[in-house]
Design a protein around this ligand. Structure first.
Ligand code: NDP
Length: 237
C-alpha cells in the first residue's frame, strides 16, 4: 500500500493534490486545522476517485499533534507540505505574532512533518517530499514580507533536505506557484486580480488542478531532487 499525506487538504490546492493522488492509485491522508465541512468534501472527492481517505484534524504547527498524525498513517511514501497561510500588510504594520504565525505554518510545519516522515521513509527504503512554495519566495512580494520570506525559507529547506536525504533515496522537491484561483486570494478585488493577471504571459490565473499535476510530475520523476519547479503562467520569463 502507498499512502500520500497532504497537509492542508480541506480545500484549494491541497484538495486538488489529494484528488490527483487518489486518481493515481494512492490512499490519501490529509490534515486540516479548522475547516470540517471542507474536509468532508475532500473525503468525498477522494472516495469518488476510488481511493481510501484518511482525514485528520491537526494543526501542523503543533509538534505533539504532528507526531500523533504520522503514527496514524500507514504505508507513507509521499509527503506534500502544502498547508500555508498568507499575511498582507506593510512591514511597519506587521505584528511580531503575525510574522511568527506565518513562519510557524509555512516553515516550522514543513520541518516538523518532514522530520516525522523520515523514519517511515527510511524503513521503506524510499520516500518523496514536495513542498509548496510560491513565486513570492523567489522574487519577494510588496506588502507580503512575512509570506515571501517564509516561502523563500521553504525553498532553502527543500535544497538542504534534498542534499541530506538523497543518499537515503528520499527525494525532496518544491513547487513555486504563481497566482492560483483559491480562497487564499479571495481578499483581492477583481481590479487587483486583473492587474496581476496583466503581468502573466498566459493571461490567466492557474488552477489548483494544474498545481496538483505538477506535484504528481515531481513525485513520478525518480531522477529529480532539490528542484524548484515553477508553475506561474510564464510570469518570470
Ligand atoms: P487555502 O487557504 O485555500 O487552503 C489552505 C489549506 O491549509 C486549508 O486546507 C487549511 O485548512 C490548511 N491550513 C492552514 N493552516 C493550517 C494549519 N495550521 N494546520 C493544518 N492545516 C492548515 O490556500 P491555497 O490552497 O491557495 O494554498 C495552498 C498552499 O499553496 C499554501 O502553502 C500557499 O502558500 C501555496 N500557494 C498558493 C498560491 C495561490 O495563489 N493560491 C500561490 C503560491 C503558493 P484549515 O483552514 O482547516 O486549517
Amino acid at each position: 500500500m502507498s499512502t500520500a499525506l497532504v497537509t492542508g487538504g480541506s480545500r484549494g490546492i491541497g484538495r486538488a493534490i489529494c484528488v490527483a493522488f487518489a486518481r493515481a492509485g494512492y490512499d490519501v491522508a490529509f490534515c486540516y486545522s479548522k475547516d470540517e465541512a471542507g474536509a468532508g468534501e475532500t473525503c468525498r472527492c477522494i472516495e469518488a476517485a476510488g481511493a481510501g481517505a484518511l482525514p485528520f484534524l491537526c494543526d501542523v504547527t503543533d509538534e505533539q499533534k504532528v507526531g500523533e498524525l504520522f503514527c496514524s498513517v500507514p504505508g507513507l511514501t509521499v509527503l506534500v507540505n502544502n498547508a500555508g497561510i498568507a499575511h498582507y500588510g506593510l512591514i511597519q504594520d506587521t505584528a511580531l505574532e503575525d510574522w511568527e504565525r506565518v513562519f510557524a505554518v509555512n516553515v516550522r510545519a514543513a520541518f516538523l512533518c518532514t522530520r516525522a516522515a523520515i523514519p517511515k521513509f527510511l524503513k521503506r527504503g524510499e520516500g518523496c517530499v514536495v513542498n509548496i512554495s510560491s513565486i513570492w519566495g523567489e522574487t519577494g512580494g510588496s506588502c507580503e514580507a512575512a509570506y515571501s520570506s517564509s516561502k523563500a525559507a521553504l525553498i532553502g529547506f527543500t535544497k538542504a533536505a534534498a542534499k541530506e536525504l538523497a543518499p537515503s533515496k528520499i527525494r525532496v522537491n518544491c513547487i513555486a506557484a504563481g497566482m492560483i484561483e483559491t480562497e487564499m486570494n479571495a481578499r483581492f478585488t477583481a481590479k487587483e486580480r486583473a492587474a496581476f493577471v496583466k503581468g502573466i504571459p498566459l493571461g490567466r490565473e492557474g488552477t489548483p488542478e494544474e498545481v496538483a499535476a505538477a506535484v504528481l510530475f515531481l513525485v513520478n520523476q525518480p531522477y529529480m531532487t532539490g528542484e524548484v519547479l515553477r508553475i506561474n503562467g510564464g510570469a518570470l520569463i
